[in-house]
Design a protein around this ligand. Structure first.
Ligand code: DQQ
Length: 589
């Protein structure tokens, strides 16, 4: 049993530090000093192509970060994104808005960047913003411009020719900036990322902007009649005094147990709840509550002061997400930025850095407590070479090899059925404060009552390298808590990548439903996992040497808990390459 004998027995071995090694760029406060892009050295090794994802969104080259104005317009999906046209790094003063279009959210064509820093209200960067489709059907974009001295303002953009479905050219409004950081107590270097607009009962447009005000972090609320001139509402949409600055706020309505999306600019049905998402620290967190129309404020269902306990859209390498209402299919779609977890010099050598996750449908669970997410159906068009297994039984220490698919580009769906729930160990609520730490302590090699069980992927012949996505079941008073981990500690023998053990918990009524599902999308250096039907999602970036050097890896379903686990259904597919922003894409339109 190579897997278990080769893993550290107490689970705390290996590298398990979350923040210190993180290559994350910190945005607040930003150092406005000029950091010019270094010259790219010759790409020295095969990593560039082997680690490059085959069906995730990324431009042909250079740096990307946040998805910005997402929208469906005249039959075309648009993805605007934070983009450095000059190199594979985030450099002060360089950030522009890249633009790609698609008819299916899978295949994308890159167009020219729509805006670059070129006037006083955005001379140091065209940062994140959002698109809104106005009542007459005309799209507009609000984005953060960074003017001299890192003063952040909000600017407006109009399409030059709204009848062009590709919206290739945009004009910056003559009266930019339309919103300035003139509020008492506002830190003008922490005032950014306007949301998509929505219409209130008084017929006025509203937007929220992420901000730091005195010691508070807030989504500041602004109102407008015409989307051109804006007035600040004297209270925020919501604020909190114990977190980092809220970047990229997103605010949307959801109906419990209904996976149809709601358009925030039309009237919201009774019974709807609202979700407020903010990107804070290293993660995208959210609160569920109601939008109190009288007070014009978001009111969370439960006040949780400690933001470590806020739910996360994704528990892994996923940040700055944005959602939009897809009027084509009546759903809400969200996607986020997953940054490289290798060293910056490798990014420069590869010539590219950053991807967007697979777009996900997002909706509210029927208990109204948490959001669920699932990859958009369109991604299934890439599935080929289906393999299936039924009725497997995994006893303690068993590993079942999954053959017949490309283990570097795959979509795997497994149902694990618990034969008994008596062996569940007690749950300690303090684990919720730091699920990554608990995933380090309770790794796949640490036997449990129920679990760990799950998937071992990207494994080398001798298991020197492997990534594990696994579950453990705990009993907490009347309910069961499921831990899901995406453990990267042994994902690469190369020393440079950041290899934490990501994790999150979800509640499941196991007395009623004995099955726990896992879907994992493997795309070379990207691994996206959806546990419990999308209750916990974890995006990870991995750089195994097997991928770069050997070109062959193994994949297993496993169980290392005392209780036997059945696998009533296991399906896997090879994923074909999507046509994502290939270099000559422009000629296709
Ligand atoms: N990225 C943008 C900012 C935003 C941050 C700059 C979040 O507008 O706050 O590229 O990743």
């Amino acid at each position: 049993n190579l897997f278990f004998s080769n893993s550290s027995s107490n689970g705390s071995g290996g590298r398990c530090s979350l923040c210190p090694q993180s290559p994350e760029v910190s945005f607040c406060p930003l150092s406005p000093e000029i950091s010019p892009c270094p010259q790219s050295p010759e790409v020295p090794y095969i990593v560039s192509t082997r680690y490059r994802t085959a069906y995730h969104f990324q431009p042909p080259r250079n740096w990307i970060n946040d998805p910005c104005g997402l929208m469906y317009y005249k039959g075309i999906y648009h993805n605007f994104y934070q983009y450095n046209p000059h190199c594979a790094l985030w450099c002060w003063g360089d950030i522009a808005w890249g633009h790609s279009v698609s008819t299916d959210l899978v295949n994308w064509i890159q167009l020219e960047p729509v805006i670059e820093p070129d006037n006083p209200s955005d001379i140091d960067g065209c940062w994140t913003g959002s698109a809104t489709i106005l009542s007459g059907g005309q799209p507009v974009i609000l984005y953060t411009g960074v003017s001299r001295d890192n003063c952040q303002v909000q600017n407006l953009l109009f399409p030059k020719n709204p009848s062009d479905p590709y919206l290739r050219e945009w004009t910056k409004a003559g009266n930019n900036p339309v919103i300035q950081p003139v509020v008492p107590g506002l830190n003008r270097s922490c005032f950014r990322d306007p949301t998509t607009g929505w219409i209130g009962p008084d017929g006025l447009w509203r937007i929220a902007v992420g901000a730091q005000l005195y010691s508070y972090n807030a989504a500041l609320l602004y109102k407008s009649e015409d989307f051109l001139s804006w007035t600040r509402v004297d209270h925020p949409l919501y604020s909190h005094n114990l977190s980092n600055m809220w970047e990229c706020p997103d605010f949307f309505a959801v109906l419990p147990g209904n996976n149809s999306g709601l358009d925030m600019s039309v009237s919201i049905p009774r019974g709807a709840k609202h979700a407020l998402k903010m990107s804070v620290g290293y993660f995208d967190k959210y609160l569920i509550g109601v939008y109190d129309l009288k007070r014009d404020a978001f009111v969370p269902d439960t006040i949780v002061d400690d933001c470590r306990l806020w739910l996360r859209i994704d528990y892994g390498d996923f940040y700055a997400s944005k959602s939009f209402f897809d009027s084509k299919k009546g759903r809400r779609i969200i996607w986020g930025w997953s940054q490289e977890a290798d060293c910056r010099s490798d990014d420069v050598a590869k010539g590219w850095a950053g991807i967007h996750t697979i777009p996900r449908t997002i909706w509210l669970d029927s208990d109204g407590k948490q959001l669920l997410q699932w990859p958009v159906d369109e991604i299934e068009s890439l599935r080929t070479n289906e393999i299936n297994h039924q009725g497997l039984e995994l006893n303690k220490g068993d590993m079942f090899e999954i053959n017949g698919v490309d283990t570097f580009q795959a979509d795997v769906e497994i149902y694990f059925e618990l034969t008994s729930i008596n062996a569940a160990e007690p749950f300690d609520p303090s684990w919720l404060l730091d699920p990554e730490k608990h995933c380090c302590e309770a790794g796949a090699s640490v036997h449990g009552g129920i679990g760990p069980f799950g998937l071992v992927i990207l494994a080398s012949n001798n298991m020197d390298e492997h990534t594990v996505v696994h579950f453990r079941v705990y009993k907490s008073q009347q309910k069961y808590m499921i831990l899901m981990c995406s453990d990267l500690r042994r994902s690469s023998i190369r020393p440079s990548p950041y290899t934490p053990a990501y994790g999150g918990f979800f509640e499941l009524d196991l007395a009623k439903e004995r099955k726990i599902s896992l879907r994992t999308l493997i795309d070379r250096s990207a691994v996206e996992s959806f546990g419990g039907g999308g209750r916990v999602c974890i995006t990870s970036r991995v750089y195994p040497a097997v991928l770069a050097d050997v070109g062959r890896a193994h994949m297993y379903a496993f169980n290392n808990g005392s209780a036997t686990v059945r696998v009533p259904q296991l399906s896997a597919w090879t994923m074909r390459n999507a046509h994502v922003n290939v270099e000559n894409g422009r000629s296709a339109i």
